[in-house]
Design a protein around this ligand. Structure first.
Ligand code: HEM
Length: 447
């Protein structure tokens, strides 16, 4: 049996460069040329076998987690998250931490945060200028950071919020992929590594302070934020998380939940403003609190513009897949983007058409924006509740202008794929509170 699927016969460095420059074109070209499975080599990361067939992907996400290691595949992230982060753990350690963290991200927990999300969105939108084009992405970053600070870390004191707002984004910023490569010890005192260490130390001190305050809070038992739930949680042996582990999990939640959700929201507005009839229909749905339509818009946006293009599982043992005997050490890489854009699974896959998800749940084998299996995104429900809430509250508060400007291309940013111009939008006007529910009465458009 053959060992590895075919792939481009280019030096690994060149393959890395091509992926970085235009990830969409490179993997689409490989898919067309080599078929459902293909192999790409990236220096310092390893050999990646891309998977695009839902049956192959399912056998990986539902396979034995002891063989398909997601933590090992994500290991470079530990430069940012720390070594006890859920994202980089595997096996028993992963099961333990995930079990302790899941309740804080259940549907009920997410829904308890909606009022806070509404207030944060209202504050943010009130500052948007009228009649000038501006990039939405930085605004969405500010908004989703605020959501995490208040609902995940549970901070409400204005001076502590200000300190966290200043310290956390620089710690999460991965300026170049170089920063994810573990440097030799001696280099830690120089250049980007020294700056990273300084930023990290300042941010961790603030997070540790929040944990100390949380433990001492007389209201701890009543608090509904994720940090309070994590502080209260214990593992199967009755042991709670130690402070250093809690810090790593908070950094993880910030890294995994801040820019991702900001990007997803930016794409939703980028898509809507290029489809005037859908924009009107969504604004009407916002006015009517028609969650079914709002959810369909979010799901379709995550399909047509997935925020994360792929996820990884490093093999600890050889596996047979698609006619190959793939050896241990290879990183299997299900391609979210290629599955979402395949005409085998979606008619007119490049079209933005929320109707496909109206009143029906997406098929989890071909709708993968949050990955799959026991490593599926911990914050998937939280993110979808947040997306729906922000979409609704923005469109209740401002009228956005549709645009005929060409679609924004996709640009890689860390592990996410963002709109290259930052999702430029123009606010036509702010909507007064009293006219919010009736504004779109006369604009109902058949879509
Ligand atoms: C639209 C927004 C988001 C997208 C597209 C997204 C996407 C993903 C993806 C693709 C993975 C990898 C899954 C896999 O390997 O199977 C992941 C993992 C993860 N995400 Fe999200 N995510 C989003 C928002 C969030 C939020 C809001 C949080 C928490 C506040 C979060 C926390 C995590 C964590 C902790 C993991 C690691 C889970 C584990 O290893 O067990 N994510 N996410």
């Amino acid at each position: 049996m053959r060992i590895l699927p075919p792939g481009p016969p280019l030096p690994a460095l060149l393959q890395a460069g091509l992926i970085w420059l235009d990830p969409t074109r490179f993997v689409h070209t490989c898919h067309r040329r080599y078929g459902d499975l293909f192999t790409i080599r990236i220096p310092r990361i390893g050999t990646l076998v891309y998977l695009t067939n839902p049956d192959d992907i399912r056998s990986v996400t539902r396979g034995d987690p002891a063989i398909f290691h997601a933590g090992e595949a994500a290991a470079p992230l530990c430069q940012v998250t720390g070594t006890q982060s859920l994202i980089i753990l595997d096996d028993d350690k992963h099961r333990r931490s995930r079990g302790m963290m899941l309740p804080a991200f259940s549907g009920d927990s997410a829904r308890r945060q909606v009022a806070e999300m509404v207030a944060i969105t209202a504050d943010e939108v009130a500052r948007w200028p009228v009649g000038e084009r501006f990039p939405l992405f930085p605004r969405m970053q500010r908004l989703t950071l605020e959501v995490i600070l208040r609902t995940v870390i549970g901070v409400h004191d204005e001076s502590r919020l200000a300190a966290l707002r200043a310290a956390l984004p620089p710690m999460l910023e991965i300026g170049s992929p170089l920063e994810l490569i573990p440097p030799p010890q001696v280099l830690l005192r120089f250049g980007i590594w020294r700056r990273r260490a300084q930023r990290r130390a300042a941010a961790l001190a603030l997070l540790t302070d929040e944990i100390t305050r949380c433990r001492a809070d007389p209201q701890l038992a009543q608090r509904t934020d994720a940090l309070a739930m994590l502080v209260r949680s214990v593992d199967g042996a009755g042991t709670p998380m130690a402070d250093d582990e809690l810090v790593d999990q908070l950094v993880t939640l910030l890294l995994a939940g801040h820019d991702t959700t900001a990007t997803a929201l930016s794409w939703a507005f980028e898509r809507l403003t290029r489809h005037p009839a859908l924009l009107h229909r969504t604004a009407q749905a916002a006015a009517d609190s028609d969650d079914a339509w709002l959810d369909a818009v979010c799901r379709e946006s995550l399909r047509v513009r997935p925020v994360v293009f792929e996820f990884g599982r490093k093999l600890t043992a050889p596996v047979q897949l698609g006619g190959y005997q793939i050896p241990a050490g290879i990183i299997l890489t299900p391609s979210i983007n290629l599955v979402h854009h395949s005409s085998r699974h979606y008619s007119d896959p490049d079209e933005f058409r929320p109707q496909r998800f109206l009143d029906q749940r997406p098929d989890p084998t071909v709708w993968l924006p949050f990955g799959g299996g026991v490593r599926r995104c911990l914050g998937a429900t939280f993110a979808q509740v947040e997306m729906r809430t922000v979409l609704r509250e923005v469109l209740r508060r401002v009228e956005l202008s549709p645009t005929t400007v060409p679609d924004e291309p996709v640009r890689p940013r860390h592990v996410t794929m963002v709109p290259r111009q930052g999702a430029m939008v123009t606010v036509r006007r702010h909507i007064a509170a009293k006219s919010r529910t009736s504004l779109y009465e006369n604009q109902r458009t058949q879509v």
